[in-house]
Design a protein around this ligand. Structure first.
Ligand SMILES: Cc1ncc(COP(=O)(O)O)c(C=O)c1O
Length: 391
């Protein structure tokens, strides 16, 4: 049966994050033992009641019909207001399109830009779904890898700039980055944007973690140094900033003239985000200051709890992230992070994401999501310590 399906899809490999999650879930089913899941990138805090309230109200009002492909006008206005306030920029509602999560935003943008053989330059290690979205369009990836030097993730910036040439169709940057938490500085963003502007290639910036920082300020955006005609697209999401991973709603910021083309792609994929969810996002954006303040406060507690121990462990080489919510660290002596992660499940019942999921430059590392309650962090750290802190 399978031979009659699209061979490209059939041969497409699932990500190592899904592979480890499936391995862990099977192990749990077969043994009845609980596996502590720290493999996915999401918090364990429920969406705030304010957001639920608005969503339920909207459902009760019967907002259950097909809706605008780029998002309802009220939401696009609210997004523009939010983006302008957070980044001190001057966008219009027409610069923003609502999509079914950051993931769908990435897919649609790859559909719009990437064609067979197109060169895409990206900074790695990088979230696997980004790589997959490019590969599905048969783009060719050139990765410039961050290096862990003196407990900091650092980018060979000149190498990045010189690798972007007239052959490059798209540059992809995810800052704050998943898995490393690395942030590109404002100055570097400015120079990179100038370089892509001169070459006429697209710059796609995934900024879904812009509110997840530990200095009470949002991380900077490429939009802060852009012109309205720049070939710049910014991907955003409600998932991380507002604890709304399961809601599947995000937005793309783009030059105005792209709006109608994004609308066509939305039409033939999801046909738009349900209106009641869009009303929920309006209330999240209207209350963003309170929601993100609380979120950052609790994430900082979790981060510090984890790193107070991790930095001292003998088998670990790590950088304390200033953004995003992951501990991504090197484990001494391992060269097959998938096998190591499977063994961790068997030996400690803790499920982590193997570094290889984030590309070759992630091999030898593992990622733990620390967006979790104190008791969860304490339990997984107690379980991991005998393995990662042995002499
Ligand atoms: C870097 C990055 N971009 C985009 C996404 C997608 O987020 P969502 O589809 O939940 O909005 C994620 C989720 O983990 C991510 O880590």
């Amino acid at each position: 049966m399978l031979e009659s399906l699209n061979p490209e899809i059939i041969s497409f490999k699932e990500t190592a994050i899904m592979e480890i999650a499936n391995f862990g879930r099977n192990y749990q089913k077969e043994t009845g033992k609980h596996v502590f899941p720290a493999w996915f990138g999401e918090g364990d805090t429920e969406t705030s009641n304010i957001i639920y309230g608005k969503t339920i109200e909207s459902l009760k009002k019967g907002k259950t019909f097909y809706t605008y492909q780029n998002g309802i006008p009220d939401l696009r206005s609210e997004i523009a207001k939010y983006m302008n306030e957070v980044f001190k920029i001057n966008t219009k509602p027409e610069n923003h399109s609502v999509v079914t999560g950051g993931m769908m935003g990435l897919r649609l943008i790859c559909d719009l830009i990437v064609d067979t053989g197109d060169e895409v330059v990206m900074v790695g290690p990088v979230w696997p779904n980004i790589r997959s979205s490019v590969l599905l369009k048969r783009g060719s990836i050139k990765e410039i890898s961050l290096q862990l030097k003196d407990s900091e993730w650092t980018l060979d910036y000149d190498k990045l700039i010189s690798s972007i040439t007239s052959k490059t169709k798209m540059v992809f940057v995810n800052s704050p980055g998943n898995p490393t938490g690395w942030e590109m500085s404002k100055k570097q963003k400015d120079r990179l944007l100038k370089h892509t502007r001169d070459l006429g290639c697209w710059l796609v910036s995934d900024e879904v973690y812009h509110q997840i920082t530990y200095n009470d300020l949002p991380s900077s955006s490429f939009l802060e140094c852009s012109n309205p005609n720049d070939r710049l697209i910014v991907i955003n999401s409600s998932s991380k900033s507002f604890n709304m991973t399961g809601w599947r709603i995000g937005w793309i910021t783009h030059p105005e003239e792209l709006g109608s083309h994004i609308a066509k792609l939305v039409q033939i994929t999801t046909t738009g985000v349900p209106e009641f969810l869009q009303d929920g996002l309006i209330s999240a954006l209207q209350n963003y200051k309170d929601i993100t303040k609380q979120l950052r406060k609790s994430l900082k507690v979790s981060r510090d709890m984890m790193f107070d121990r991790l930095v001292n462990w003998k088998q670990v080489e790590c950088s304390i992230p200033n953004a995003a919510f992951y501990a991504f660290f090197k484990v001494k002596g391992i060269n097959d992070s998938l096998e190591f992660s499977k063994k961790l499940i068997l030996d400690t019942n803790v499920g982590v994401a193997p570094g290889i999921a984030f590309g070759q430059s992630g091999e030898g590392h593992i990622r733990i999501c620390f967006a979790a309650k104190e008791s969860f962090i304490n339990q997984i750290m107690d379980r991991l310590e005998p393995v990662l802190n042995k002499s």
